[in-house]
Ligand binder design. Structure first.
Ligand SMILES: *[C@@H]1O[C@H](CO)[C@@H](O)[C@H](O)[C@H]1NC(C)=O
Ligand SMILES: *[C@@H]1O[C@H](CO)[C@@H](O)[C@H](O)[C@H]1NC(C)=O
Ligand SMILES: *[C@@H]1O[C@H](CO)[C@@H](O)[C@H](O)[C@H]1NC(C)=O
Ligand SMILES: *[C@@H]1O[C@H](CO)[C@@H](O)[C@H](O)[C@H]1NC(C)=O
Ligand SMILES: *[C@@H]1O[C@H](CO)[C@@H](O)[C@H](O)[C@H]1NC(C)=O
Length: 499
C-alpha cells in the first residue's frame, strides 16, 4: 500500500504515507487516527475481528454419542446343563455341599453380577443362550371352598393340617404356605426333582355382597433341564432379560444310583440350590381364631418367624377392605431357582471335566448369533455456525485483496527487503548502485561490503554531553545509520542527533 502510494501519479505527503502505514500496524493505531484511518485502517479492524472465527468454528463442531448395531458371531463359555454332582455328594441321605454350590448361593444372595469368564462382546450384545434351569413336570392341587360362617367358626377346618398354640389356647388354620423342596435323595428316580408347594387362603365379597373364599394347596414338580434364555451381555457382565424356555430335560442328575447302596457316597446335582433357596422363599403363616369369634370379629395372624414374615409382606394383598388376596409367588421362585442354576452354568465352566459330566453331545463352548450395539463418539457439524465463520473469512479476504491492487507495478521492489527500501529512498550507502536494477544488483555489486549501524560522517549534526560531561555542541557532518564498518563509530553515551 505504502509503495503503491509512493508510485501514485500525483504523489502523497509524507504524513499521509506514515499514517497509512501506522493504521495498518494495529487496531489501536487505526482507532487513534479515527475517521482518517481510511480503507487500510478499516481493513485492520476487520482482520482483527477475525478472532471471533475461533469460537464460531468451535461451536460449528460438536461431539455426540451414536449407537451402531451390527450382527456378530459371539463365542462364550456356559454349561447348558448342570454337571453331575454340582451340589456336592450325599451319603446316608445327608448332603455334603460342594464349593460351586456354596459360591452360587452366596453370589445369588449378594446379587453379585453374573460375569462370564471371557469378554466376547465389545458393547452391548443381545442374544439367546442355552443354560441350566428347571422345567415343569406336573402339578396337583386341592381346593377347600369357604362359606362366610367359616370366618368366625372356631371349629372350621381347611388345608392339610390344623395347628394348636397352647400358650394362647388357639387353634390355627393355614393361611399362606410356601415350601421349595426336593424329593428325598435316597428315592430311586429318573432325575433329581425340585418341588414347590403353596397354600393360599383368599376371600372377598362380590358386588352383590356375595362371599367368595377358598384355600388352595398346590404341589408342583420340576426337573432339571436345558433352557433357552434371552440375555444381554455388556463386556463380561450378563443379565437375564426373559425367563428361560425349556428346550430339553437333563438326564444326568440321578440323585440315587440304584446300583449303589444307600450308604455309599453319590453325586448330587441341584438339591443344594433348592435347599438354600427355600431359606429365603419359604413361608408358613396361619390364622388363629379369636376366643370370642363372631360375625365381624374374625381371626388374627398366628405368630411367624422373621424370614417368613418377609414373604407374607411381599405377597399378601390387604389393600382392599373387602377381603384378602395372595399373589402366587411361584413365578418369582422359579426365576430365582433358574437364576441360581444359570450362575451354576457359568461357575462350572471352571471345571476341567465339565463336558464329561453333562449329557452326551453337550459342550460348554457356545457359538451364537448376536446383535452388538456399540456407542461411539461422532463429530457433527452445525452448518449455521460454520456459515457464520465462513462469511467472516470471505469478508476479510474481500477487504484485504484491494490492498494488493497494482502489486505488479512495484516490479523490482516487490520483495520490500530492507535494501529494496534503502534503494528506493536513495540511501547514501547505496548511492553507487543503479536504483533501477533492484536489490539483485546491490548484492552483486556490494555483497561483500561489511556494514554496521552507528555514527558516520554525513549531513547530520549531533549535540549533548560527551563522555567527559562537557557540552559537545553541534557537530556538523555526522549521522546515525547503516554505513561501511570502517567509517562507523559508536556514538558517545548521551549523544543526541538533532536531525
Ligand atoms: C441382523 O440380522 C437380522 C436377521 O438375521 C436382520 O434382520 C438384520 O437386519 C441384521 N442387522 C444388521 C445390522 O445387519
Ligand atoms: C472387540 O474389540 C477387539 C479389539 O478392539 C476386536 O479385536 C474384536 O474383534 C472386537 N469384537 C467384536 C465382537 O466386535
Ligand atoms: C409328578 O412328578 C413326580 C416326580 O416326577 C412324581 O413322583 C409324581 O408321581 C408325579 N405325579 C403325578 C400325578 O403324575
Ligand atoms: C367346637 O367343637 C367343640 C367340640 O368338638 C364343641 O364343644 C364346640 O361347641 C364347638 N364350637 C362351636 C362354636 O361350634
Ligand atoms: C406350619 O406351622 C404350624 C405352626 O404355626 C405347624 O403346626 C405346621 O405343622 C407347619 N406346617 C408345615 C407344613 O410345616
Amino acid at each position: 500500500m505504502l509503495m503503491l502510494a509512493l508510485l501514485g501519479s500525483g504523489g502523497n505527503t509524507i504524513s499521509d504515507l506514515e499514517r497509512q502505514w501506522e493504521v495498518s500496524q494495529s487496531v489501536a493505531l487505526a482507532l487513534r487516527h479515527n475517521f482518517r484511518m481510511g480503507f487500510a485502517g478499516f481493513t485492520t479492524i476487520i482482520v482483527a475481528l477475525m478472532i471471533v472465527d475461533g469460537p464460531l468454528l468451535q461451536r460449528a463442531t460438536t461431539v455426540h454419542s451414536a449407537m451402531r448395531t451390527e450382527n456378530i458371531t459371539l463365542s462364550l463359555l456356559l454349561a447348558p446343563e448342570l454337571p453331575t454332582g454340582f451340589s456336592g455328594v450325599s451319603q446316608n441321605g445327608a448332603l455334603d455341599l460342594g464349593d460351586g454350590a456354596m459360591q452360587v448361593s452366596e453370589d445369588w444372595k449378594n446379587k453379585v453380577p453374573i460375569e462370564l469368564n471371557v469378554q466376547s462382546c465389545n458393547g452391548t450384545c443381545a442374544t439367546t443362550v442355552r443354560a441350566p434351569g428347571v422345567s415343569l413336570s406336573n402339578c396337583s392341587s386341592k381346593t377347600w371352598t369357604l362359606v362366610e360362617e367359616d370366618l368366625y367358626d372356631v371349629n372350621a377346618t381347611w388345608g392339610t393340617w390344623r395347628s394348636y398354640d397352647s400358650a394362647t389356647d388357639m387353634f390355627g388354620n393355614p393361611m399362606f404356605y410356601v415350601r421349595l423342596g426336593y424329593l428325598p435323595i435316597h428315592t430311586p428316580q429318573g432325575s433329581e426333582i425340585a418341588s414347590i408347594e403353596t397354600g393360599m387362603l383368599q376371600w372377598w365379597y362380590l358386588e352383590d355382597d356375595t362371599f367368595v373364599g377358598d384355600y388352595v394347596s398346590t404341589m408342583c414338580h420340576y426337573t432339571p433341564a436345558i433352557l433357552e434364555y434371552e440375555v444381554s451381555i455388556q463386556g463380561r457382565q450378563l443379565t437375564i432379560i426373559k425367563p428361560g424356555r425349556t428346550i430339553k430335560t437333563a438326564t444326568n442328575t440321578l440323585s440315587y444310583n440304584i446300583d449303589l447302596p444307600f450308604d455309599q457316597i453319590q453325586p448330587n446335582t441341584i438339591d443344594a440350590l433348592t435347599m438354600y433357596l427355600n431359606l429365603y422363599v419359604g413361608v408358613n403363616a396361619s390364622v388363629g381364631f379369636r376366643a370370642n369369634a363372631e360375625p365381624g370379629n374374625f381371626w388374627g395372624l398366628a405368630p411367624m418367624s422373621t424370614e417368613y414374615r418377609a414373604g407374607v409382606v411381599k405377597y399378601l394383598d390387604y389393600s382392599s377392605d373387602d377381603g384378602m388376596r395372595i399373589t402366587d409367588p411361584t413365578p418369582d421362585i422359579l426365576a430365582d431357582l433358574n437364576e441360581m442354576m444359570f450362575r451354576a452354568g457359568v461357575v462350572s465352566t471352571d471345571w476341567s471335566n465339565a463336558t464329561s459330566l453333562m449329557d452326551e453331545g453337550l459342550s460348554i463352548e457356545q457359538t451364537l448369533q448376536s446383535t452388538q450395539t456399540v456407542t461411539e463418539n461422532v463429530y457433527r457439524a452445525d452448518l449455521r455456525w460454520f456459515a457464520g465463520a465462513a462469511v467472516l473469512e470471505v469478508l476479510a479476504v474481500l477487504f484485504v485483496l484491494p490492498l494488493f491492487w497494482g502489486w505488479w507495478r512495484l516490479d523490482k521492489v516487490q520483495m520490500l527487503s530492507p535494501f529494496d527500501l534503502a534503494l528506493a529512498f536513495d540511501a547514501p550507502l547505496l548511492k553507487d548502485v543503479n536504483s533501477a536494477t533492484g536489490v539483485q544488483d546491490v548484492v552483486k555489486q556490494m555483497g561483500d561490503v561489511q556494514i554496521r549501524f552507528g555514527m558516520s560522517a554525513g549531513n547530520a549534526k549531533v549535540s549533548g554531553p560527551g563522555d567527559d560531561g562537557a557540552e559537545l555542541g553541534r557537530v556538523p557532518g555526522f549521522r546515525l545509520g547503516f554505513a561501511e564498518s570502517r567509517v562507523v563509530s559508536e556514538p558517545p553515551k548521551g549523544m543526541r542527533f538533532d536531525l
